[in-house]
Design a protein. Structure first.
Lengths: 264, 304
């Protein structure tokens, strides 16, 4: 499904701020994989997501998605087949536009946008039913501007928008990190339901190790721009947070001193 | 009596310049880009229209050609901004300055009078027997209704929604598979097309095009927008908001007519406009700060 071959990315090359964010990384994601990605700050998790999504150009290597070389495609071209949810709830939706307008735009992912009316009657009914299943009461507020929603509601909406047209790949970049624990839990549950139901292939960056173990069928750990640990299936299910911490120390030769990950 | 005449003139001027304010609204409010092409593209509309009319082109066709010229100017700014990644303000200034020379080239001199040529306004005035100000007002209102209807429809379509969303959250629009370079260029083209159309209508109504006619147009456009928003608020549907800007433009012209009647020097007009816009933009901020302090004092009570 997704193949990453020898991809590197260095920010600010040749300056004092030079930062090797991805270091000759290789990764093969299979159809239906739901992979959780963990690693300390600066490990390259977000960079990996941004490289797949095409936010910045890669320095070298290849990225194949659905047997197509997308290495040089622009962000909006890749977005035809990639759904994304960002860490910042503000980034995934247009705050001055109504809930249904946001959904209508997402419903045209990968389609040519012409002079047809921006939202149809059938769509409104479809959105009503889809929102109903979120269980957040948004179906009765479809004409409300998204700016009036809470962060959790916006994230759930963004998730819906990212998957409204089944994407070949779903990228979740710490999409619950800005939410309170209860809301984060709810959004995660919705995430699992949607991924399960649509049998999506997904990558999820998280700082919560327990979530990383519980969710999905495969887990990878990144450090200094490389994948240092890759585990799936039964072996992953048996993992404990302590195992992950130990693994990290082994691989990096470093005591894991990231509060945020410890607390997770 | 003279004040009444001045008011009539203000009404028709306000409506014709209102189309320019609509163009500024599209870039400034919808796209969230401070586009400074305006001063150039307004005069371009006037220049193209004047040269066409002088050379015997049908006055309505001349309006259309002027509109297209404005769209091209918007495209240049959009191209510089999106493809060459020049900051929007600078891209607009570059186009504006370039247009100054181009406008002179189009007209071949700095002023083109339309005294002996047929204009839409003259024709209709002769046909109906109405005075020139009434004719200008009626033409202005008809064109405005048509333009507001077209804009209302366009910004409700799929591509129009994408343009609105671009001004709101560019990153999201890209993540939904839309090329934001295209939506920005489209918005700038539509905005400047309207601005040029306004310049062309003003030219035909006043009977000449002048190289300096666009100077300060951006500020007049902003004045119309903020006056419209202060009076009618930023609520209401899209057609209502567009209409409120045209009304804002009329009110601006009425204010100008009044201060001129009161004996103000025309040279001071631009300063007055600038001050007007600065006040209109800063008053809401000051009021909200004052309310904040007032609420604090009320809720907190006296210091113990």
């Amino acid at each position: 499904m997704l193949k990453i071959r020898n991809v590197s990315k260095t920010f600010n090359p040749g300056t004092v701020n030079e930062k090797k964010a991805l270091n000759n990384i290789n990764l093969e994601v299979h159809d239906g994989d739901f992979i959780t990605i963990i690693g300390g700050n600066g490990a390259g998790k977000s960079t990996l997501m941004n490289m797949i999504a095409g936010v910045y150009p890669i320095d070298c290597g290849y990225i194949y998605l659905a047997d197509k070389n997308i290495s040089l495609l622009k962000e909006h071209q890749r977005a035809q087949i990639i759904g994304r949810v960002f860490q910042d709830p503000m980034l995934g939706t247009a705050s001055d536009m109504a809930i249904q307008e946001n959904l209508a735009m997402a419903n045209r992912r990968g389609m040519k946008r012409g002079l047809r009316w921006g939202i149809t009657k059938e769509e409104k009914e479809f959105f009503y039913k889809t929102l109903q299943r979120l269980g957040l009461g948004l179906e009765d507020r479809m004409t409300v501007k998204v700016g009036l929603l809470s962060g959790g509601q916006r994230q759930a909406l963004t998730l819906l928008m990212a998957t409204l047209k089944k994407p070949k790949l779903l990228l979740l970049d710490e999409h619950t990190a800005a939410l309170d624990p209860r809301t984060a839990h709810k959004v995660l549950k919705i995430t699992e339901e949607i991924v399960d139901e649509q049998k999506l292939t997904a990558l999820m960056v998280t700082h919560n190790m327990q979530d990383a173990i519980n969710i999905g069928n495969r887990l990878i750990m990144m450090h200094e721009g490389r994948v240092i640990y890759d585990v799936k299936g039964e072996e992953k299910k048996r993992l404990k947070v302590e195992d992950l911490l130990k693994k990290f120390e082994e691989a990096s030769g470093d005591v894991f001193a990231n509060d945020r990950m410890m607390l997770g | 009596m003279s004040i009444l005449l001045a008011m009539q003139g203000a009404l028709s001027q306000g409506v014709l310049w209102g189309l320019m304010a609509l163009g500024v609204y599209i870039t400034y409010r919808i796209l969230d880009i401070a586009d400074l092409t305006v001063d150039g593209s307004f005069a371009t509309g006037g220049a193209v229209c004047a040269v066409c009319v002088v050379n015997g082109v049908d006055p309505i066709l001349a309006l259309l050609l002027a509109t297209i010229a404005g769209a091209v100017a918007g495209f240049v700014t959009g191209f510089l901004h999106t493809k060459c990644e020049i900051p929007a303000i600078l891209a607009g200034i570059l186009t504006q300055i370039g247009l100054y020379s181009i406008n002179l080239r189009i007209m071949g001199r700095s002023n083109t009078p339309l005294l002996k040529s047929d204009t839409l306004f003259k024709n209709i005035s002769e046909m109906t027997g109405l005075s020139s100000t009434w004719t200008a007002l009626i033409i202005g209102i008809i064109v405005s209704i048509v333009i507001v209807a077209i804009l209302y429809w366009y910004f409700g379509t799929e591509i129009g929604s994408a343009i609105r969303a671009t001004g709101n959250n560019e990153q999201m629009v890209r993540a939904l598979g839309v090329n934001t370079s295209v939506t920005k260029i489209l918005g700038l083209m539509i905005g400047n097309a309207l601005i040029s159309l306004s310049g062309a209508l003003v030219t035909q109504s006043q009977g000449y095009a002048d190289i300096k006619m666009g100077i300060g147009a951006i500020v007049i456009g902003l004045a119309s927008i903020v006056i419209g928003e202060v009076i009618f608020g930023q609520k209401g549907n899209f057609a209502f908001r567009l209409t409120s800007i045209i009304v804002g433009s009329i009110i601006y012209r009425i204010i100008v007519a009044i201060v001129l009647q009161m004996g103000m020097n025309t040279d001071d007009l631009k300063l007055l406009t600038a001050i007007l816009v600065a006040i209109a933009l800063s008053v809401p901020v000051l009021i909200s700060k004052r309310n904040q302090v007032a609420m604090y004092k009320k809720l907190t009570g006296k210091e113990e």
